[in-house]
Design a protein around this ligand. Structure first.
Ligand code: ATP
Length: 253
C-alpha cells in the first residue's frame, strides 16, 4: 500500500548547523513498505523527518531522490487520483472550514471528492455514530473543543472511505477519555474495515495500544523497523516503552 525506495527530501537552506553545501537533508535513503491492512507507528524525535515523510506520501512535497508510491500511485504526480484513496489528518491543523458547521464542511468534502449522495449518507451516519458526532454537527468548527474538532477531522478524512489513513499526531492535546475513544475508533477502523494506518505520534500510549509494527526515524534515516515486541527487546527487561524510545533517541545523538 505504501512503498518508499531510497526516498529522500532535501531543502535549500541559507544558514543551518547541518549544512552540506546549501542543502539540508530532512529525509534520506528511506526505504520501507507498508502492506494493506497494517497499522504502523512512525516514531522519531522532533525534527527527525516524520512530517516530511507524510507530506511526500500525500503529494504535498515531491521527493528530491528515490521513489514513493501510495496505492501504486506517485503521490506528487497523481495527487488528485491519490486523494480518493488516502485520508490524512494533521492533528495540529484542521482541514475543516473554521466558520462553517461541521456538517457543511462534510457536504463540501462530498462535493470535492464527488462522493455519491447515498454512499455519503450511509458513511456519514456510520461515522456520526462511531465518532459520536451527533451532538455538535451543527456547531461552527471554531466553537468545537479540541476533542470534538479532532473527531470531526477524522470523519472528514474518512468520508470518501480511503484505503489508507495517514495520521500526524491525532491525539495531541487530548484528555485521557478523548484519546481512548479515538484509539478505540482507529483500532476498529483497522480491524473491521481493513484500513491501512500509518500513525505518527509522540504519545507512546498510542503506539503501545495500537501498533504491532513500529518504525523509528532519526536524522532523516530509518533507525528501527520491527514489531513492538522486537522494539521492547532492544532494552533490558522491565524497561518501559518510554525507556526504550529514550535510549534509541539519545543513543543516536
Ligand atoms: N520547508 C523546509 N525548509 C527547510 N527545512 C525544512 C523544511 N521543512 C522541514 N524542514 C526541516 O526538516 C527537518 C525535519 O522536519 P519534520 O517536520 O519532517 O520533522 P518531524 O519529525 O515531523 O518533527 P516534529 O516531531 O517536531 O514534528 C527539520 O530539521 C526541519 O527544520
Amino acid at each position: 500500500m505504501i512503498e518508499l525506495d531510497q526516498a529522500g527530501r532535501s531543502f535549500k537552506v541559507k544558514r543551518s548547523l547541518k549544512l552540506e553545501g546549501n542543502v539540508f537533508h530532512a529525509v534520506r535513503d528511506l526505504s520501507f513498505t507498508v502492506a494493506p491492512g497494517e497499522f504502523v507507528g512512525y516514531l522519531g524525535p522532533n525534527g527527525a523527518g516524520k512530517s516530511t515523510t507524510i507530506k511526500m506520501l500525500c503529494g504535498i512535497l515531491t521527493p528530491t531522490s528515490g521513489r514513493v508510491r501510495v496505492a501504486g500511485l506517485d503521490p506528487s504526480r497523481k495527487r488528485t487520483t491519490l486523494a480518493r484513496r488516502i485520508g490524512v489528518v494533521f492533528g495540529q491543523r484542521t482541514t475543516l472550514w473554521w466558520d462553517l458547521p461541521l456538517r457543511d464542511s462534510f457536504e463540501l468534502i462530498r462535493h470535492l471528492y464527488k462522493v455519491d449522495r447515498n454512499v455519503f449518507k450511509t458513511r456519514l451516519d456510520e461515522l456520526t455514530e462511531t465518532l459520536d458526532l451527533g451532538g455538535f454537527t451543527r456547531t461552527p468548527v471554531r466553537q468545537l473543543s479540541l476533542g470534538q474538532r479532532m473527531r470531526g477531522d477524522l470523519a472528514a478524512a474518512l468520508l470518501h472511505a480511503p484505503d489508507v489513513l495517514v495520521l500526524d499526531e491525532p491525539t495531541i492535546g487530548l484528555d485521557v477519555v478523548s484519546k481512548s475513544s479515538i484509539r478505540a475508533f482507529l483500532r476498529r477502523l483497522n480491524t473491521e474495515q481493513g484500513t491501512t494506518v500509518l500513525l505518527t505520534t509522540h504519545d507512546l500510549g498510542d503506539i503501545e495500544r495500537l501498533c504491532r509494527r513500529v518504525m523509528l526515524i532519526d536524522h532523516g534515516r530509518l533507525a528501527f523497523d520491527g514489531t513492538l515486541d522486537e522494539l521492547m527487546a532492544t532494552a533490558p527487561e522491565q524497561s518501559t516503552i518510554e525507556d526504550v524510545v529514550t535510549r534509541l533517541y539519545t543513543g543516536s545523538r
